[in-house]
Ligand binder design. Structure first.
Ligand code: ATP
Ligand code: MG
Length: 138
């Protein structure tokens, strides 16, 4: 069990003006921000980030969406970070997300679902390293 996870506030939530609301929920959930950036991915960068999903039918749609507007990327710290953060964000499909979760509150659909959360300690490290170098973590 590691104490770090990686998240993105996705283009739908940024466009809807929900960066502040989502960061508030992240802080209230007990996560400390280790690193954070506001950036606009190219299609090629989104494809690289989501390489593990390349064979999935929604890969094109997903990478188009993730490169459709700016995002916030961050590394978060807390005991049991990966699992606890996935609990805080709720199910991939907001229609199935628990009340009080970030996706229940701010996501519109399974494709445009407001936030990303790493699914394992290994992927949290890979994803954090994709966006941040050692000098950008505090
Ligand atoms: P994330 O990795 O973004 O935290 P997740 O782990 O809950 O989400 P994954 O299975 O890893 O879900 O899918 C990655 C992303 O691909 C989802 O967050 C969603 O934006 C998109 N996605 C997943 N399934 C579908 C689908 N059936 N149709 C459209 N988009 C989808
Ligand atoms: Mg995932």
């Amino acid at each position: 069990m590691s104490n770090r996870t990686f998240t993105m506030i996705k283009p739908d939530a940024v466009k809807a003006g929900n960066i502040g609301n989502i960061l508030q929920m992240i802080n209230a959930g007990g996560f400390r921000i280790v690193a954070m950036k506001y950036l606009f991915l190219t299609k090629q960068q989104a494809e690289k980030f989501y390489e593990v999903h390349a064979a999935r039918p929604f890969y094109g749609e997903l990478t188009e969406f993730m490169s459709s507007g700016p995002i916030v990327a961050a590394i978060l710290e807390k005991g049991n970070a990966v699992a606890d953060f996935r609990t805080l964000i709720g199910a991939t499909n907001p229609a199935q997300a628990e009340e009080g979760t970030i996706r229940k509150k701010y996501a519109a659909s399974i494709g445009e679902n407001a936030v990303h959360g790493s699914d394992s300690d290994e992927n949290a490290a890979i994803e954090g390293n994709f966006f941040f170098n050692g000098l950008e973590r505090f």
